[in-house]
Write a protein that binds this ligand. Structure first.
Ligand SMILES: [Zn+2]
Length: 116
């Protein structure tokens, strides 16, 4: 059984459990994997920050206001990125990005709220 280096694809000599042809390739491979996971975290954080800025751009009256799905999307809101859910005793679920949240209403209307 011939194994190939995960980094460069070169045939690996020696121990069966080796995954890389050299220390250089092992380091290069691991650096790439770490970089990818750092990028993933950075991208998600950026999306959350952007979503927060969008919610924060609506002036609130007594801690809430109304808008539409279209306005949220126009401002670049991405409904896939939230930090947590809050469900009231009555079973209403709010979607939060940090301390700013939204509640989907009928007819593409949305309530934006700030947590006390
Ligand atoms: Zn290699």
């Amino acid at each position: 059984m011939k194994k190939k280096c995960l980094e460069c694809g070169a045939e690996i000599m020696g121990r069966v459990d080796k995954k890389y042809c050299s220390d250089y390739c092992r380091n290069a491979y691991n650096n790439k994997v770490n970089k990818d996971s750092k990028n993933l975290v950075r991208n998600i954080n950026n999306r959350l920050r952007k979503n927060y800025r969008v919610l924060d751009s609506f002036p609130l009256r007594e801690g809430k206001t109304r808008t539409t799905r279209t306005r949220l999307l126009d401002k670049g809101f991405d409904f896939d990125f939230i930090t947590n859910l809050y469900t009231t005793k009555k079973g209403t679920t709010y979607y939060f990005v940090y301390d700013l949240g939204y509640l989907p209403l009928d007819n593409d209307q949305y309530m934006i709220v700030k947590r006390e």
